[in-house]
Design a protein around this ligand. Sequence first.
Ligand SMILES: Cc1cc2nc3c(=O)[nH]c(=O)nc-3n(C[C@H](O)[C@H](O)[C@H](O)COP(=O)(O)OP(=O)(O)OC[C@H]3O[C@@H](n4cnc5c(N)ncnc54)[C@H](O)[C@@H]3O)c2cc1C
Ligand SMILES: *[C@@H]1O[C@H](CO)[C@@H](O)[C@H](O)[C@H]1NC(C)=O
Ligand SMILES: *[C@@H]1O[C@H](CO)[C@@H](O)[C@H](O)[C@H]1NC(C)=O
Length: 515
Amino acid sequence: MESVGVRRARPAASRGLPGPPALALLLLLLCGPVLGELRAPPEKIAVIGAGIGGTSASYYLRQKFGKEVRIHVFEKGKIGGRLATLNIKGQGYESGGSIIHPLNLHMKRFVKELDLPTVQCIDGLMGIHNGEHLVFEESGWFIINMIKLVWHYGFQFLRMHMWMEDILDKFMRIYRYQSHDYSFSSVEGLMHALGGDEFAGMLNRTILQSMQKAGFSEKFLSEIIAPVMRFNYGQNTGINGFVGAVSLAGIDSGLWAVEGGNKRVCEELLQFSKASLISGSVMYIEEKARTTPTGGLKKAYEVTYKTDSGINTDLYDIVMVATPLNSKMSNITFLNFDPPIPEFHQYQHYHLVTTLVHGRLNPSFFGLSATDRVELSDVFTTDSPNSFFYSLSMATPTRREADVQSKTATDSAVWKIFSSESLTKEQLNLLFASHDSVDEKEWLAYPEYKPPLKCPPIILHDRIYYLSGIEWAASAMEMSAIAAHNAALLAYHRWYGNTEMIDQEGLYEKLKTEL
Ligand SMILES: Cc1cc2nc3c(=O)[nH]c(=O)nc-3n(C[C@H](O)[C@H](O)[C@H](O)COP(=O)(O)OP(=O)(O)OC[C@H]3O[C@@H](n4cnc5c(N)ncnc54)[C@H](O)[C@@H]3O)c2cc1C
Ligand SMILES: *[C@@H]1O[C@H](CO)[C@@H](O)[C@H](O)[C@H]1NC(C)=O
Ligand SMILES: *[C@@H]1O[C@H](CO)[C@@H](O)[C@H](O)[C@H]1NC(C)=O
């Protein structure tokens, strides 16, 4: 009875619903002793990483824990992390995460709340190259496309859309759960709550297995599905079914980006959440116990970090790790934990190069004569030993003024190429008739998806949360934001003991009847 009263009191207060004073008084009388013991709010929270994961975590932490708590966000590089731009001839171009799906509701909410302008991505013509020639080429004529598609692949495209829609429908349930404040203590648990065993099982099956099982043809899988996986994740159809579906959603229409660069969301989220940015690299995390003035024992985490001015430490009640934990990407050591916090050696991100080239495409590479125009704006490649790049796309500047739509492909334009290694001079000369600038950015871009696999834990220790494990389900801006919202809710409910808000079974049915 007492604990029920306490639990109910909290979420209501947090949503800013002022309860009737009489009720509050009654609760106080009934539960006085319990309320007295009720945990004080946390004083300080550390967030490690100022990418979209860390900055959206600070947004949701502020929302849940209120305006008193101090939030420190550590960043060893630039705000935005894998959201970054390269400057070419005075225009910015996304070199990392670039497109956002129209149904990515957290990202939509952020730009709305932060009042950031957006740009629509252009839907150009797509071609698929097998290392020797184009195996498929979209036409500007809708009806010709339809005939081509049906001729080549039967009704597989239509079926693919239906297959995707079903997955997307289930995926969208997360927003309802989160808006009702529900949280999950594992990535698998979250996936299970969205669509049961079958849905969560996608994590342990390859997209090839999933789509073969659903009856798609080998030709369609190798000529269409594999190139899309290479374009979005630099990997083949061996990646898990869920990230495969996310990847297919990445070629939907209605895609958008943030004007001035997607990293602006991160910068603005930091400001909005009134978090303090600490430009430094976190080295160690250790649990420390200290006695409070009243003689109690208070446990906190000591974070040791390196800045330009030396090595510092600070104590935090809660820590959120919003960067992949592997020595190449973050190199954080958890000192003296018993039992030790696991190492994540088997969870590695692979190397990907983004190259931005200002130049004119070489028609002969696409099987055209030297005077022909290449009308394509996206070229994907099949998983063939002759394909030396994953994809080639006309890049849109992050600012709207520079209108690329009016340009034709043989005019000079900025092209974005994804490849596993830096492109050689010879390779650039194969692709381009002429070019006058080449800029590249290397990334440890995405997890190497090799299902079956257990996702890393979300709870690393009593009050240490790990957000980036969700990337092993799928890596995308929206996924980091979902993980951040989930971790903020989880940290809140665990702090105040609201166990009924964590890992609830049958949520979908429950919330359906609540409506
Ligand atoms: C080339 C490329 C294209 C992509 N395209 C898309 C796309 O079109 N759409 C999409 O949705 N997603 C895309 N993604 C994926 C997307 O960019 C990522 O999933 C997302 O940005 C990850 O955000 P994050 O905050 O979780 O991690 P990160 O952005 O990696 O942020 C982690 C941050 O932590 C910092 N850090 C690490 N260790 C420490 C430490 N010890 N101390 C302090 N700071 C530390 C890092 O410097 C970094 O800034 C793409 C990614 C790449 C690389
Ligand atoms: C996937 O398989 C691993 C073992 O390889 C298991 O630990 C994990 O729970 C499985 N995930 C799901 C969603 O079934
Ligand atoms: C990781 O950090 C430790 C100590 O902080 C350092 O000795 C080691 O060289 C670092 N490793 C990498 C790969 O940066």
